[in-house]
Write a protein that binds this ligand. Sequence first.
Ligand SMILES: NC(=O)c1ccc[n+]([C@@H]2O[C@H](COP(=O)([O-])OP(=O)(O)OC[C@H]3O[C@@H](n4cnc5c(N)ncnc54)[C@H](O)[C@@H]3O)[C@@H](O)[C@H]2O)c1
Length: 318
Amino acid sequence: MRILVTGGAGFIGSHLIDRLMEQGHDVLCLDNFYTGHKRNILKWMDNPYFELIRHDITEPIRLEVDQIYHLACPASPVHYQFNPVKTIKTNVTGTLNMLGLAKRVKARFLLASTSEVYGDPDVHPQPEEYRGNVNTIGIRSCYDEGKRVAETLAFDYHRQNDVDIRVARIFNTYGPRMLENDGRVVSNLIVQALLNKPLTIYGDGSQTRSFCYVSDLVEGLMRLMNGDHIGPINLGNPGEYTILQLAQTIQNMINPDADIQFQSLPQDDPRRRQPDITRAKELLGWEPTIPLQEGLEMTINDFRARVTSNQTSEAIKV
Ligand SMILES: NC(=O)c1ccc[n+]([C@@H]2O[C@H](COP(=O)([O-])OP(=O)(O)OC[C@H]3O[C@@H](n4cnc5c(N)ncnc54)[C@H](O)[C@@H]3O)[C@@H](O)[C@H]2O)c1
């Protein structure tokens, strides 16, 4: 099949491309390189079945494809809050453009939505039926509300124009190729520990998150794309950890002598987040397989290679 991956040079997109290329598909990677990097897809550059398109999805594009994995959108608060209006344009105009493309060429379209559509949830764990508790005017809204509109657009194109859609609600995902400076908790803590800096915890560390290893997530996305259910379907690891537990695990794995420092919590930071993956289990036969410790080891090895080979480590903001 000819498969388009928007945001293919990013963290999740590049791991997805690795799997699609290994399966023998013709892959088009579309990216504006805002948070993506050529190094993530470098190994496919000379492969005749791989094409790289530098393009911003807020502009329309004409392509002939069978499937579209729509991942283009900065995922970390540091990057999506840097230019919030652009984040909304990417989610709204960009998703409109990609749905328009799917409609024109009759491609199946998978939207990478997010657990952020649940906001700061007052139902725990979050099933897909839960409609969320999102602040429309907060600093995370450009992303949360942007993704909620993207979901609405996908369902309206489905109802109105018969576009074959799939909607995945992705929960916190981690793994090799996350950016060192993206401010996400796993990358922050690993980089701090590797640089012998104190590990920063925002709040008292009792807030919880679930962490899904990237290969598990990619498997879930592919099963959703190639199955019969349109979603939305939660994809994430239901194992719930406090941020303090995560920090202590990373501390023990990298630098048991590292200090842990507490700082004030950012605005609208959700207290708890844990996926209910009953639907994914029943409809896709999917559940995560990589335990946190094992996933962290693979992630730490990747970061260690980058942080130590990168003598600009002083410049890495943590
Ligand atoms: N990583 C997670 O934990 C997580 C959780 C929930 C949802 N998601 C979603 O999954 C998708 C991928 O996330 P990721 O972690 O790989 O993020 P990422 O920032 O590494 O990847 C996003 C990619 O999209 C590209 N991009 C951004 N704006 C673009 C635009 N206007 N035009 C073209 N390309 C553009 C970036 O350059 C980057 O390569 C995102 O849609 C994100 O919202 C991720």
